[in-house]
Ligand binder design. Structure first.
Ligand SMILES: CC(C)(COP(=O)(O)OP(=O)(O)OC[C@H]1O[C@@H](n2cnc3c(N)ncnc32)[C@H](O)[C@@H]1OP(=O)(O)O)[C@@H](O)C(=O)NCCC(=O)NCCS
Length: 150
C-alpha cells in the first residue's frame, strides 16, 4: 500500500501525536476509468493502547471526508463477521451490501463471513449521513492530529 501512496493511486490518513503514529487508514482509488469513481477503504488500524478513545471513528470520518473532497461517488470496505465491525461502520453511515459466507477460516477451524459495505455519496434514494471530522462529536484526544500524506 505504501508503494501505491508513493505512486499517487492511494491516500494515507494518519493520526499522530508528535512523532508517534497512533493509527491509519488507506483509500485505494481504482486505477482504470471503469472503476475510478470509487475507492477501497483499507486497513483501518489504531494502536491497541489507543483504542476506545474515538480515533477509529475519527479516521473513518476523515477518510469519508477525503473521499468526498476527491469527488468520489462511493467507498467500499470489507470486514469480518462476528467482530462488531459492521455495526461500528454502520453507525458511521456505511451500508452492508453483501457478504461471502464462510469466506474466512480461522486457526481454530471456525469460519467467518466477509462483509462488504459501501459509503454512498451520490446514489439517488440512499441518504448517508453527512459526516465531518469537526462535527463527529468524538472525545478529545489530546494533540492528536489528522493529516493526509500522499
Ligand atoms: C476497529 C478499530 C480501528 C476501532 O478503533 P477505536 O479507536 O478503538 O474505535 P473508537 O474508539 O473510535 O470507537 C468508536 C465506537 O465504536 C465502538 N467500536 C470500536 N471497535 C469496535 C469493534 N471492533 N466492534 C464494535 N464496536 C467497536 C466503540 O465501542 C465506540 O462506540 P461508542 O461510540 O458507542 O463509544 C480498532 O479496534 C482496531 O484497530 N482494531 C484492529 C484492526 C481492525 O479490526 N480494523 C478494522 C478492519 S475492517
Amino acid at each position: 500500500m505504501f508503494g501505491q501512496v508513493d505512486e499517487g493511486s492511494a491516500h494515507l490518513l494518519m493520526a499522530q501525536r508528535g512523532s508517534e503514529v497512533l493509527g491509519w487508514v488507506f483509500l485505494e482509488i481504482g486505477s482504470m476509468p471503469l472503476i475510478s469513481h470509487w475507492a477501497w477503504f483499507k486497513r483501518l488500524m489504531v494502536l491497541p493502547s489507543m483504542q476506545g478513545q474515538g480515533l477509529g471513528r475519527r479516521l473513518t470520518v476523515a477518510a469519508v471526508d477525503l473521499g468526498r473532497d476527491l469527488g468520489l461517488e462511493q467507498l467500499y470496505l470489507t470486514c469480518r463477521s462476528e467482530t462488531g465491525l459492521a455495526d461500528f461502520y454502520g453507525r458511521l453511515g456505511w451500508l452492508e451490501v453483501g457478504r461471502m459466507p464462510r469466506n474466512l477460516r480461522l486457526a481454530d477451524g471456525s469460519y467467518r463471513d466477509e462483509i462488504y459495505m459501501v459509503f454512498e455519496f451520490l446514489a439517488p434514494g440512499i441518504s448517508a449521513p453527512q459526516l465531518s471530522t469537526d462535527a463527529d462529536g468524538g472525545q478529545p484526544t489530546g494533540n492528536v492530529t489528522l493529516f493526509e500524506a500522499k
